[in-house]
Design a protein. Structure first.
Length: 233
């Protein structure tokens, strides 16, 4: 379980140092932006559903698995994950936005899921007492203030020989449409508090033992990455 008590104000980084101003500003903007969108999330939930489903397929979850989801928002992935892991599994999901957490808890209560637990926490700093069999992040890593540290948190939290699947969004990776990227950056920054300084794919490659883009959609602007944490040597 996460060492953070359920709704305590998230603490600074794991090393106890204060976040720099930029990090703190980004995190605070995240809270404002995602609290605001929490009431208007239906369209995003519907539009991205097939890609999220395909990403969860890649986890190949089994009954009884213990799963971590970071940046869970209002819990759009819970039902599918809960179906895969069954009643004997466990899903622990974290999100920084109090309003998103509230929506996620409403969803849990409405379904009466007893093995789905949401915590308000900064995914970059949160620690868990027990490791996970698999982890998922959909549309969330790219809006976090320090993507590499968030990925390191996931890596540390997984058992050896486990999988982390990421579905995320980015500007055009190649081709003539790249001319539109400055506008897309600005839009994503405004809409989602997107982090233009870090690269999700690169962070996954650096931190995980293997990492591969397995699916791309809409000219590569949305993509799924499968990462493996290998057996300890
Ligand atoms: C675009 S939403 C994605 C929600 C959901 N995973 C989905 O697929 O629709 C991004 C989420 O990441 C959360 N988030 C942003 N920064 C975070 C952080 N540092 N720690 C935890 N969650 C964070 C936001 O609060 C928001 O709910």
């Amino acid at each position: 379980m996460a060492t953070d008590s359920r709704d305590r104000e998230p603490t600074p980084g794991n090393d106890g140092s204060s976040r720099d101003d930029e990090y703190a500003d980004h995190l605070e903007r995240s809270r404002t932006v995602w609290d605001r969108w929490s009431d208007w999330y239906g369209m995003s939930e519907r539009d991205f559903e097939p890609m999220r489903e395909a990403a969860i397929d890649r986890l190949a979850l089994e009954s009884g698995d213990r799963v971590l989801e970071i940046g869970c928002g209002p819990g759009v992935n819970f039902e599918r994950i809960r179906t895969d892991i069954g009643e004997s599994g466990e899903l622990v999901a974290v999100d920084y936005s109090p309003e998103m957490i509230e929506k996620a808890r409403e969803r849990i209560d409405a379904h009466g899921w007893e093995n789905v637990d949401v915590r308000r926490a900064d995914a970059t700093a949160v620690e868990f007492e027990e490791p996970f069999d698999a982890a998922l992040a959909t549309l969330s890593l790219s809006v976090m203030p320090d993507i590499t540290r968030a990925v390191e948190t996931v890596y540390r939290s997984l058992v050896p020989d486990s999988t982390f699947v990421v579905f995320d969004v980015r500007p055009f990776p190649d081709g003539p449409a790249r001319v539109l990227n400055p506008f897309i950056w600005r839009f994503l920054r405004w809409y989602a508090n997107w982090n233009p300084d870090d690269d999700v794919v690169e962070a996954l490659e650096v931190v995980f033992d293997t990492s591969e883009i397995v699916d791309t959609y809409t000219h590569g602007t949305t993509y799924t990455v499968v990462c493996e944490k290998r057996d300890a040597v």
